[in-house]
Design a protein around this ligand. Structure first.
Ligand SMILES: O[C@H]1[C@H](O)[C@@H](O)[C@H](O)[C@@H](O)[C@H]1O
Ligand SMILES: [Fe+2]
Ligand SMILES: [Fe+2]
Length: 305
């Protein structure tokens, strides 16, 4: 029987096994975690132009996302889904619901989402054994993708996944496939197309309306169900797809001091979210008791969704 103190799984270092330590092709070692040079398809991570079987569909995904995510659309969705009146279920039940979904925006992963959740959580657990809140954050950060499920209205992928960005101000050209924003109605709206748009500099991300998707939704679910996770966990969940900010440094003029503090944890988290994507399977039944104990510590048994 697996105990709640089961050791973390996943051989993160698998890629390096046969490569001499001084070989430049060897992955970078960083805090124990090996960041592989290439993804499952032999490409560098987040290369949206590399020729691969997924390139075309990922680009088509971003075309739809950029055209449809307007300020008005996001406001409407936030209000509607923020009511959390669709269903009641536990965190683990939600993990299981994600079993069937593959994320169409992701050039690095074609595994069902539950694999990605466990790979992320287990990779964090290995390097940061004492931050149990961060393990749980890894497990739940993508649960908002449940919006794809028929019982949540089966939202189109462009309304659930992909990188996020602020609406209500100019789209930054560091967004992937930026060119498709030109067909977004907000692109030509003078209220929304200046650097600050409807915001003031330093207003804080909490006051910025982000494109609608799994990040903001899961943030609302965690907060409204009174999680006892620390605020850094909520920040990670809410902004983990905000690559234009945490990877490219765009939109920093909207941040306040608290955001700057929280960014430190987001940067740590992001490494595991991105680079743990692999074909290495996790034995779900083996690790389940450990994660159930964390869920019990930080969440009520049933949550409103
Ligand atoms: O394709 C991925 C995926 O949807 C992730 O869940 C999200 O966090 C990333 O930002 C995105 O690029
Ligand atoms: Fe995500
Ligand atoms: Fe993720």
């Amino acid at each position: 029987m697996a105990s709640a103190t089961e050791q973390p799984q996943q051989e993160i270092h698998a890629e390096n096994k046969n490569i001499p330590s001084d070989d430049p092709s060897r992955s970078k070692l960083d805090g124990g975690f090996t960041m592989p040079e290439t993804n499952t398809f032999g490409q560098t991570f987040r290369d949206y132009n590399a020729e691969s079987e997924r390139r075309k569909s990922v680009e088509e995904f971003y075309r739809n996302q950029h055209i449809n995510q307007t300020f008005d659309y996001v406001k409407k969705m936030r209000e509607q889904y923020g009511k959390l009146n669709r269903t009641e279920m536990s965190i683990w039940e939600c993990c299981e619901l994600l079993n069937e979904f593959v994320d169409e925006s992701d050039p690095d992963l074609d595994e069902p989402q539950i694999e990605h959740l466990l790979q992320t959580a287990e990779a964090i657990r290995k390097d940061h054994p004492n931050e149990d809140w961060l393990h749980l954050t890894g497990l739940i950060h993508d649960l908002g993708k449940v919006l794809l499920h028929p019982s949540f209205g089966a939202l189109p992928q462009w309304a659930v996944v992909g990188d996020t960005f602020p609406v209500g101000c100019a789209f930054d050209d560091s967004n992937v496939h930026y060119k498709y924003f030109k067909d977004n109605p907000d692109y030509n709206n003078s209220m929304y197309n200046t650097k600050n748009g409807v915001y003031s500099p330093g207003c804080g991300l909490n006051n910025v309306v982000m494109s609608w998707g799994h990040d903001d939704y899961m943030y609302l679910v965690a907060k409204e169900n009174m999680t006892t996770l620390p605020s850094a966990a909520l920040f990670i969940i809410r902004y983990h797809s905000f690559y234009p900010l945490h990877r490219s440094g765009a939109y920093t003029h909207l941040m306040n001091e608290e955001d700057v503090e929280n960014m430190k944890w987001l940067h740590i988290f992001n490494k595991y979210d991105l680079y743990s994507k692999s074909k290495v399977r996790i034995d779900v039944e083996k690790v389940k008791p450990y994660y159930l104990s964390l869920i019990k510590k930080y969440f009520p048994a049933k949550l409103k969704w």
